[in-house]
Design a binder for this molecule. Sequence first.
Ligand code: SAH
Ligand code: SF4
Ligand code: F3S
Length: 503
Amino acid sequence: MTDQTHPAHSSFSSSPAAGEGSDDAVVSRRADVDPSDAASKRVFVRTYGCQMNVYDSDRMAEVLGPQGYRTTDTMDDADLVILNTCHIREKAAEKVYSELGRIRKLKDERGPEGKPLMVGVAGCVAQAEGREIARRAPVVDMVFGPQSYHRLPDLIARAARGESVVETEFEIDEKFDALSRQAERPTVRRAPSAFLTVQEGCDKFCTFCVVPYTRGAEVSRPLAQILREAEQLAAGGVREITLLGQNVNAWHGEGADGRPWGLGRLLRRLAEIPGLDRLRYTTSHPRDMDDDLIAAHADLRELMPYLHLPVQSGSDRILAAMNRKHTRDDYFRLIERIREAAPGLALSGDFIVGFPGETDADFADTLDLVRRVEYAACFSFKYSQRPGTPGATMADQVPEEVKTARLIELQALLTEQQQAFNRSRIGMRMEVLFEKIGRMPGQITGKSPWLQPVQVEAPQDMIGSIQTVEIVGLGSNSLFGRLVAGHNDRAAASGAVSKEDAI
Ligand code: SAH
Ligand code: SF4
Ligand code: F3S
């Protein structure tokens, strides 16, 4: 039994989604260079892990555009390969080394006379392991952490001179400034749904987690930068933005009058930007859900009725050992308040089974919590010992076979709940944001307010629009719907269906 995949990359949802920490990879395809430029170099970026890595990979492609690089979907014709890596679980980190083995073979096949290949390792494995990567895999020319992407042109130049580049300093403000300068480029046409990083890093230090070490301390991106990027995205045709942060609901900023802003206030401001019809944010920590953010769910029709709120365990003993700093009752009370404010809201979460010291009774508490909350979708993982985290050296590590049995049991329950949630959408009318061509001829695929993929027979020119759809059936991983006649996109026609009608 393997861990469940990240929703952004799983077959269930191809969209920005709740949850972080996939062990799966996706290929980044953004290119801001003129595709007719046959003389340009090619960069292949493979992205592992969470949505923030997806966002960062796109930014790397953007930085490389003016350097003459186009993105490519195959490694075979690449001049530069970048692996944007994840360190969250052992399996995720080890994948990088097997990929580096394949790259080494490719380089050998090209031979000394063939096209040169430069190799970079970015992301959280780079940050955690630094020089060790190049020692273990000499094919690697550059190792650089998540705060160094804007310096890529310089790193490439140094590597081209034969230097073995290792760049893992934390200077996050500089990165945010550079991201903002990038956002000031002329408007480019974009996919209907986009990520926007508003916060990076984490100060929570859950005892199982590497993120505070790989992404550094919690830093919020300044308000003005965020608004500028959001306006730029909207001008490029983006209809949905997912705000990203390892602790996104800890975001804080300052308004023009010097007053403090929290995430709720930010969402209210973003909802005013014309064309931005859908807002999401991920990942939230239960301790940072403040009253204003909860109220925003009641007040903003743009804020989608779906919240990823990981709890990790249902046992108070294990929650304390994990340093989560909340109890199961705190979590129940919080959910009650959120559901009171936004009755149609659906929840997703992350769970870890087999944390050190977890007994059968602790695990039973987790199952009980899941039964009481009723999730729409969840991600669950076997505990993985991460070097340098307190959990790794705790006594009473749980045997692998116990972890496996618990994961199977938990996932069966979570799958049941997900199927029940999907079934409950049948017959419902909802707004769907169409994003791409569908699986079958004549179909296009969109996303429901609850992040479910929806397949509909509709013309391709509806991609990028929001339409009212009635759900008529269920696929294994998606919903099937039909367009509701007369309910057109608000942006495309006046007098269209209101969100209140549709959700
Ligand atoms: N910031 C988010 C999640 C970050 S990592 C939060 O606070 O919840 C994404 C998920 O990976 C976590 O929610 C957790 O369920 C899982 N995860 C993190 N470290 C892990 C580990 N050592 N072993 C197994 N799963 C882990
Ligand atoms: Fe990791 Fe905990 Fe921070 Fe989430 S809150 S990133 S699980 S340390
Ligand atoms: Fe992985 Fe780093 Fe994201 S460890 S989950 S890529 S923050």
